[in-house]
Design a protein around this ligand. Structure first.
Ligand code: TXA
Ligand code: MG
Length: 383
């Protein structure tokens, strides 16, 4: 298949509207179109069409029991998708939409293909904060299912080139709107019958921000991913160890219980670079650097192609085949913005042994740490 490339630029200039119309026409015809959002590029298809949605799973090589997020441009579209919206969800969407918050809500039977919900009684919905995404969704006029536009197991794409690298020839078109902003995916939440807000996936809206928005609600942090089988289980070590859930220290969060809502996506290994990635954590920045330097030396003498993921302020501390400064300590958001592109660079360089420093687990740092842990398949060294 020939993949069409629409170069649009981030701003939706009037002369580009016809491009958006064409891309929307593709979606309405059941085709697959990648488009930028404020978090990462999504791979969109008409959420009502089982055939179109099956195309997403095929192109990504994604397990089909992992449900997809449905994207809308207008709150009025919500009534066609969901049965009811509880008060807490309503307040969260009022405060955060458009923006990087996804709400899991009871699905209206028949509103979307069962392939979107993977047979669950709920559907995940979000309204992205990106002018091109909103224009495309509006022009398409249908709910659009869109997971991140990467091959399954690869870092999510934050530039159109990443989408081309993974999916060229496998999808119908790519709307190129330049680099995305937030850099990690949306926060996925589900409000339970008791009004507790379960964070199923930490993301662009922090647990601390959720707690500010609904101060009376308990924010229940994401259970730590427990590997290959099962999901939603509480990791050994609980809230006291490095597995502390997002916001655990600040938000008064509790670990998930066996009856808590679960996010099927949590059971899959995601975002894995091809080399072996290990996270290095510790209270002392000097000890972390010393450990990383020593391990790099050892790896080099074994003949490994070495890499380090760090921040701009600390890049000069290291010598490796590839030292990637990802954002700045002074601006945690910049680390999130650069994370996936940084992980891809290690693949391009053929790195076989990669060590990564980790951000503090608060604010956007919780989402970054969550993605890094997945990329590292939970290899974490405490020094
Ligand atoms: O930022 C984002 O959210 C990006 C951009 C493209 O919008 N999209 C994205 O979609 O990350 P996807 O499909 O890769 O992630 C969907 C996540 C998975 O963790 C999935 O398990 C969870 O949302 N999810 C979807 N539907 C769900 C449901 N009904 N109940 C619980 N979790 C659900
Ligand atoms: Mg994804």
């Amino acid at each position: 298949m020939k993949t069409k490339n629409w170069a649009v630029g981030k701003e939706l200039l009037p002369d580009r509207l016809s491009i958006i119309q064409e891309a929307a026409e593709f979606l309405r015809a059941g085709k697959l179109v990648a488009f930028p959002t404020e978090t990462v590029y999504g791979l969109g298809a008409d959420a009502r069409s089982t055939e179109a949605v099956e195309g997403i799973f095929r192109a990504k090589g994604r397990p089909s029991d992992n449900p997809l997020i449905v994207h809308i441009a207008d709150k009025s579209q919500l009534h066609d998708l969901v049965d009811r919206v509880d008060e807490t969800s309503c307040r969260l969407m009022d405060a955060c939409w458009p923006g990087p918050l996804t709400l899991v809500l009871p699905v209206k039977p028949g509103a979307v293909s069962p392939r979107v919900t993977a047979g669950l009684a709920t559907v995940a919905v979000r309204m992205p904060e990106h002018p091109l995404a909103l224009a495309l969704l509006r022009a398409a006029g249908c709910p659009v299912a869109a997971p991140s536009a990467n091959r399954s197991g690869r870092p999510s794409p934050t530039e159109a080139q990443h989408v081309r690298d993974d999916l060229d020839g496998l999808i119908d078109g790519i709307v190129d709107g330049g680099p995305t902003g937030v850099g990690v995916e949306s926060t996925v939440v589900e409000v339970d019958a008791d009004g507790r807000v379960h964070v199923l996936r930490p993301g662009g809206v922090s647990a601390e921000r959720l707690a500010q928005l609904v101060p009376e609600a308990q924010i229940v942090a994401a259970a730590h991913d427990d590997g290959a089988d099962g999901y939603g289980a509480v990791a050994a070590g609980g809230a006291a160890g490095p597995d502390a859930p997002a916001g655990g220290r600040d938000g008064g969060a509790q670990p998930l219980t066996a009856t808590a809502p679960k996010s099927p996506g949590m059971k899959y290994a995601h975002y894995a670079p091809r080399g072996r990635l290990t996270l290095v954590r510790g209270d002392s920045a000097e000890r972390v650097a010393a450990y990383i330097r020593q391990e790099l030396d050892a790896a080099r003498s074994r003949g490994e192609v070495t890499g380090v993921l760090t921040v701009a302020e600390r890049a000069s501390l290291y010598t490796a085949d590839l030292v990637v400064p990802c954002g700045s300590l002074a601006e945690p958001e910049s680390v999130a913005r650069g994370l996936y592109a940084a992980l891809r660079r290690f693949d391009d360089a053929g790195a076989t042994f990669i060590l990564a420093e980790t951000p503090e687990e608060r604010g956007i740092g919780a989402a970054v740490l969550n993605r890094l842990r997945k990329a590292a398949a939970d290899r974490v060294v405490e020094v």
